[in-house]
Structure formats: structure tokens, C-alpha cells
Design a protein around this ligand. Structure first.
Ligand SMILES: Nc1ncnc2c1ncn2[C@@H]1O[C@H](COP(=O)(O)OP(=O)(O)O)[C@@H](O)[C@H]1O
Ligand SMILES: [Mg+2]
Length: 220
């Protein structure tokens, strides 16, 4: 069963008297262990689609299923809980907190949680992304690639089924970008997660199991 599935999704934005149809009857799915990369020109609906998959925004029409459960009509609180437990987010500019160490940044999404093993899991994840010797470094003491590894570890702390990555290599040089892509490929297999990314990076397209091309709100 697809971990995330969108069926006949339409998204319209209303601004004043004008309506923009950003997504037109989109069908999309992703499976565990698969990296799907979304490409397309600026304004084609990539961010809108990623926001639907990440349950950050709701469709105007159509259905979204998470692990077979229809979440289309979930309340904002229910969607927040699904996001927290099922989806990890990685961004182009890392979004790390500068005053916290690598370990503390990774632990952050679980700070409210009283379960005992979050510190151990944070340390374990940092080891697995090759930062076992950088646990107490702050972001300004890390390279761009190392910061993105911290962000990836943080995205995995709640053991999500889906990792969403918006231009994850956008701020990295080509070699560093490649190491991050190799890392993501390994993690998708080890953790058996679906990775859905948006990118302009041709190199990234080469690491995808499947490429989804969006033009003018339609999947080609
Ligand atoms: N919040 C919004 N309000 C109105 N129009 C929007 C909004 N977000 C996106 N759009 C429009 O929807 C279309 C798709 O945008 P977007 O998903 O950001 O494309 P991409 O990420 O591929 O550049 C564009 O025409 C954009 O102007
Ligand atoms: Mg965009």
C-alpha cells in the first residue's frame, strides 16, 4: 500500500477576483523505500504539491490517503499529529537553531515527549549520518553538508514513514550534494521510508527511483 496517495487533487488559490488553479486533477503516490523527485518550471505547482503531501495545506478537491487512511477531512489538530508522527521535513537552508548543539537540534522535535530514549536515538542518528564526532558542535561550527546531515537526522527522530525534502542540495556544492544524496539513498533503504523531494538539481534527478514532472499544475 502506498504510504501517501493523492487522488484527483485540485488546488485553487483565490486572490481577489482571480482564481489560480495550481494543481489540476493530480494523482500522486509514493511507496516505502522509494525516492520520488518532483521537477518542473517555476510556478508549475511543485511547492503546492509538496504542501499537500506534507499535510501543510488542504486540497480544494480530491482525496489524500496516508497509509490507506483518508485524511482529507481531518481537523487541523489531527493533521498536526499526523505530520508529527509520519512526516519529516528537510529544507534547502537547513532550519537549525544556532544556539543548540547538533544533538539538541536533532532532539528538538521530541522535547515535549517524556519517553526516555530520545537522546539515545538522536546520538544514534547522528552516528548514522556520519556525525558521531560532531555531537556537541553548534551549526556555525559545521560545514554546509554537515548541517544538512543534522537536519536529516532531526527529520528522522520521530521515525516517520515519509521524508519530504525541498531542494535539499540547493545550498550545497556539487560534491557535497552528492554525499547528501548518497546518504538519503542509504537511509531510504535502512529506514524503509519514502523520500519525496522537489529539485532543480539535475544531479538529484539521477538519484531518483521515479521522476514526476509538473507543468502548469499537471503531472506529465
Ligand atoms: N498562497 C497562494 N496564493 C495565490 N496563488 C498562489 C499561492 N501559492 C502559489 N500560488 C500560485 O500557484 C501556482 C503554483 O505555485 P507554486 O506551487 O509555488 O509553484 P512552484 O513551486 O513550482 O514554483 C503559481 O501560479 C503561484 O503563483
Ligand atoms: Mg516552489
Amino acid at each position: 500500500m502506498s504510504v501517501i496517495a493523492l487522488n484527483d487533487v485540485v488546488k485553487r488559490y483565490q486572490t481577489g477576483h482571480e482564481t489560480v488553479e495550481a494543481l489540476k486533477d493530480v494523482d500522486f503516490r509514493a511507496e516505502r523505500g522509494e525516492m520520488v523527485t518532483i521537477t518542473g518550471p517555476s510556478g508549475s505547482g511543485k511547492s503546492t504539491l509538496l504542501n499537500m503531501i506534507g499535510l501543510l495545506d488542504t486540497p480544494t478537491e480530491g482525496h489524500i490517503r496516508l497509509d490507506g487512511r483518508d485524511v482529507t477531512d481531518f481537523t487541523e489538530d489531527e493533521l498536526t499529529e499526523e505530520r508529527r508522527s509520519e512526516i519529516g521535513f528537510v529544507f534547502q537552508d537547513f532550519h537549525l537553531l544556532p544556539m543548540l548543539t547538533a544533538t539538541e537540534n536533532v532532539e528538538l522535535p521530541t522535547m515535549w515527549d517524556t519517553s526516555v530514549d530520545r537522546h539515545d536515538r538522536a546520538v544514534d542518528l547522528l552516528h548514522r549520518v556520519g556525525l558521531g564526532d560532531r555531537l556537541d558542535h553548534r551549526p556555525d561550527q559545521l560545514s554546509g553538508g554537515q548541517r544538512q546531515r543534522v537536519a536529516i537526522a532531526r527529520a528522522l527522530i520521530n521515525e516517520p514513514d515519509i521524508l519530504l525534502a525541498d531542494e535539499p542540495t540547493g545550498n550545497l556544492d556539487q560534491d557535497t550534494g552528492r554525499t547528501i544524496l548518497e546518504e538519503l539513498t542509504r537511509l531510504k533503504e535502512d529506514e524503509n521510508i519514502a523520500i519525496v523531494s522537489v529539485t532543480h538539481d539535475e544531479q538529484m534527478v539521477g538519484y531518483a527511483d521515479r521522476v514526476v514532472q509538473l507543468i502548469d499544475g499537471e503531472i506529465q
